[in-house]
Design a protein around this ligand. Structure first.
Ligand SMILES: Nc1ncnc2c1ncn2[C@@H]1O[C@H](COP(=O)(O)OP(=O)(O)OP(=O)(O)O)[C@@H](O)[C@H]1O
Ligand SMILES: O=C(O)[C@H](O)COP(=O)(O)O
Length: 396
């Protein structure tokens, strides 16, 4: 992959940086700034080189139109604090504000553009529509640096199309993440255990098929559990469920049996009356979730089971919290898995915006893990051996 050094002298050049600043927010309060901190070294490096740095990023999944709750303004403020320098904020991406803000930058200055996904062209499946938006982005810069590892699996305008329009390079974060993940794909030390959870179930179920060829054991928690439980014939009440994936999941269970890969499911679940911290909740057997309840965490017995299945691991990859860790009553399963990783001698990689945030907000020391990746879906797809469009484009 081309690197920033390949871009030559950047003094006075406008450099568009695609970062992954998709951080968890509570209103306008950033609850974990890990992804912003991870983006700082590349931005600082470009400032030091005298570039005029134009940062673009997405937040959440708005549908191609502005929504206040997904504004990057609080993120731009936090970036300014971390850089110890003013950061200009454009209230649109490629409109008047974007153009004016970029035109006003001096060498070493930084601007953040408003959420890329407020523009339908960013995520469009239509090449021409995406290309037209990428043209507008490219007009704002002389070079492009791809540093948002968490989005390199997305074929989106700011990830792929803009790189085809400008001299481009991989940022330090992308290079570092790829280096670590390679360790998990090329002959990982065994037993190799994968822990999967979180809520982007349909995005992530597919990874299991490929992992059945590399992992020795897969522990399933979080919102992913219920599609498995239902596939085994159990009722899951009002829990998160991907009804159309039931046959696929049955196929995974059969294939795991044939290949000798152990799939570990929770034995108990914390089932609540509502998705709220003060909702009535009880620990119930995983095969007896009441019809009016939803499972929001793995139970204490499952926490112990998962810890025991992690104790002898030599390599662990973990993506997706075990429960709704943001709400204290449903944070214990995630805490149990994090503690098991801290206690084990395994080389552990934690991937995903929320998974990494969970580890930090639950008070664990980042240094106790082998690597905390900024990529969730991106890390998973890398491990699956898929071609990541945002990486491929940087090769040429
Ligand atoms: N049982 C559950 N029901 C509903 N939501 C759940 C459940 N368990 C976990 N979650 C939610 O999953 C979310 C995180 O899932 P997600 O798949 O986005 O993981 P991630 O680590 O952020 O990965 P990525 O970076 O790919 O987004 C958390 O906000 C958590 O509250
Ligand atoms: O949170 C993530 O994994 C990245 O920021 C990508 O977000 P997306 O899944 O909405 O594309």
């Amino acid at each position: 992959m081309l690197t920033i050094d390949d871009l030559g002298d950047l003094r006075g050049k406008r450099v568009l940086v695609r970062s992954d600043l998709n951080v968890p927010l509570d209103g306008t309060t950033i609850t974990d700034d890990g992804r912003i901190r991870a983006s700082v070294p590349t931005i600082q490096r470009l400032r030091d080189a005298g570039a005029r740095v134009v940062v673009c990023a997405h937040l959440g999944r708005p549908k191609g139109a502005p929504e206040d709750r997904y504004s990057l303004r609080p993120v731009a403020s936090r970036l300014g604090e971390l850089l110890g320098a003013p950061v200009a904020f454009a209230t649109d991406t490629v409109g008047d504000s974007g153009r004016d803000v970029v035109a006003g930058l001096a060498d070493g200055d930084v601007a953040v553009l408003e959420n890329l996904r407020f523009n339908p062209g960013e995520t469009s499946k239509d090449d021409a529509e995406r290309g037209a938006f990428a043209d507008q982005l490219a007009e704002l810069a002389d070079a492009f640096v791809s540093d948002g590892f968490g989005v390199v699996h997305r074929k989106q305008a700011s990830v792929v199309d803009v790189a085809q329009r400008l001299p481009h390079a991989a940022g330090g974060l992308v290079l570092a993440e790829v280096e670590v993940l390679k360790r998990l794909t090329v002959d990982p030390a065994r037993p190799y255990v994968v822990v999967l959870g979180g809520s982007k179930v349909s995005d992530k179920l597919g990874v299991i098929e490929n992992l059945l060829g590399t992992a020795d054991r897969i522990l399933v928690g979080g919102g992913m559990v219920f599609t498995f439980l239902k596939a085994q014939g159990h009722e899951v009440g009002k829990s998160l469920l991907e009804e159309d994936q039931l046959d696929t999941v049955r196929g995974y269970l059969d294939s795991a049996r044939e290949r000798g890969v152990e799939i570990v499911l929770p034995t108990d679940v914390v089932a609540a009356t509502a998705f709220a911290a003060d909702a009535e909740h009880d620990v119930v057997p995983a095969d007896a979730i009441p019809a009016d309840r939803l499972g929001l965490d793995i139970g204490p017995d499952s926490g112990r089971l998962f810890a025991s299945r992690l104790a002898d691991a030599s390599t662990v990859f973990w993506n997706g919290p075990m429960g709704v860790f943001e709400l204290e009553p449903f944070s214990h399963g995630t805490r149990a898995v994090a503690q098991a990783l801290v206690d084990s001698d395994a080389f552990s990689v934690v991937g995903g915006g929320d998974s990494a945030a969970a580890v930090r907000t639950l008070g664990f020391d980042e240094g106790a893990f082998g690597h905390i990746s900024t990529g969730g879906g991106a890390s998973l797809e890398y491990l699956e051996g898929k071609t990541l469009p945002g990486l491929t484009v940087l090769d040429s």
